[in-house]
Design a protein around this ligand. Structure first.
Ligand code: ES4
Ligand code: ZN
Length: 326
């Protein structure tokens, strides 16, 4: 298809990608075999049959147990490298990738093994693929603020390998304000900041407001429900805040891809762009997400170029590096 070829050829930054969400069933089996782990599923098809999510909770119930196959630094390298090869095919030239250290340290894997494995893939991506890649440490919001703070302290020896911190996992009952102190400390330590704001209940707009007015994060992940409040949209636009939307993910964990909201933000001149979130689980990498949104919303090439330009404008690049991409 013309559209798919155009999108794949369009240089873009991916800013909302969970490395643990790139674990394809084939790699899951390979890592399980290497680590002597017996999986409940016997085939790739059996694994895929468990991907019938209806909401975030049912997704996370599949997502976290799958991570048991990730044991050694080598495993984390293999996972990130497989993603970066796919990213290259998708026209990604810059990737800021989330990782969830607490999902690993809480089951006995060392922080050092997680980060050194991922870091090796980052370094190789630059030299072999020409992709600039960065790591963003995400705190699990359904864990305590104290656990997040001790994870931040664990990360400090590796701060030169981590560009920023984020907040993910189950949002219900875990507002941004719960982590105000952790994020204030992270900023003082020199990290950039972003937070997921995606629940569909009445709390969503309140969480977005907390991020903008109280936390002062540099980006918001998802955050499309901001369209409910035009004054907040104007504020976000004025600040040049980036919104990392994920159409295919939305259609899995909510009832639709939120094309209306995404396009409304695009038309309003807000820095919104398209990302893949957990591509191994949600049926497509970043180019598939651009195509799905374009087909759903009837976007033309100018719109797609604008989305890609927004991905660089919202990326955590130095002005010099950004200018190379725009
Ligand atoms: C996630 Cl879709 C989604 N939402 C919240 N946290 C996550 N971590 C990985 N994928
Ligand atoms: Zn996400």
């Amino acid at each position: 298809r013309d559209l798919a070829a155009f999108v794949a050829g369009l240089p873009k930054a991916e800013l909302h990608l969970h490395l643990e969400g790139t674990l394809e069933p084939e790699l899951k089996f390979a890592l399980a075999a290497r680590n002597g782990i017996q999986l409940a599923e016997k085939s790739v098809d059996e694994v895929k049959a468990t991907y019938n999510f209806t909401d975030l909770t049912s997704f996370l119930a599949v997502y976290y147990p799958a991570m048991q196959v990730l044991q050694t630094a080598e495993d984390f390298f293999d996972l990130a490298w497989a993603y970066l090869l796919r990213a290259k095919q998708n026209g990604v030239v810059h990737a800021e990738m989330f990782f969830d250290p607490q999902a690993h340290t809480s089951r006995g894997v060392s922080f050092a093994d997680v980060i050194t494995g991922y870091r090796r893939a980052v370094v190789r991506a630059q030299s072999e693929l020409g992709i600039s890649a960065e790591l963003i440490l995400c705190f699990l919001r359904d864990f305590t603020a104290e656990h997040a703070m001790s994870t931040l302290m664990e990360a400090l020896p590796y701060r030169h390998w981590i560009i920023g911190v984020g907040l993910d996992s189950d949002e219900r009952g875990n507002p941004p304000a719960k982590f105000a102190e952790v994020f204030a400390r992270a900023k003082r330590e020199g990290f950039l900041t972003t937070m997921h704001c995606d629940i569909d209940q009445t709390g969503s707009i309140d969480h977005i407001r907390q991020v903008i007015e109280d936390i002062g994060a540099d980006r918001i992940d998802h955050g499309t429900n901001i369209v409910e409040d035009p004054e907040l949209v104007a504020l976000a636009k004025g600040k040049g805040l980036g919104f990392t939307t994920c159409p295919l993910s939305n259609s899995f964990v909510t009832d639709q891809m939120k094309a209306t909201e995404i396009v409304a933000l695009l038309r309003a001149g807000v820095r919104v762009m398209v990302n893949s979130d957990d591509p191994a689980y949600f049926g497509g990498y970043v180019a598939d997400n651009y195509v799905a949104l374009a087909e759903q919303a009837g976007l033309d090439q100018t719109d797609l170029v604008r989305l890609a330009a927004n991905s660089f404008d919202a990326a955590w690049l130095t002005p010099t590096r950004r200018a190379e991409y725009l």
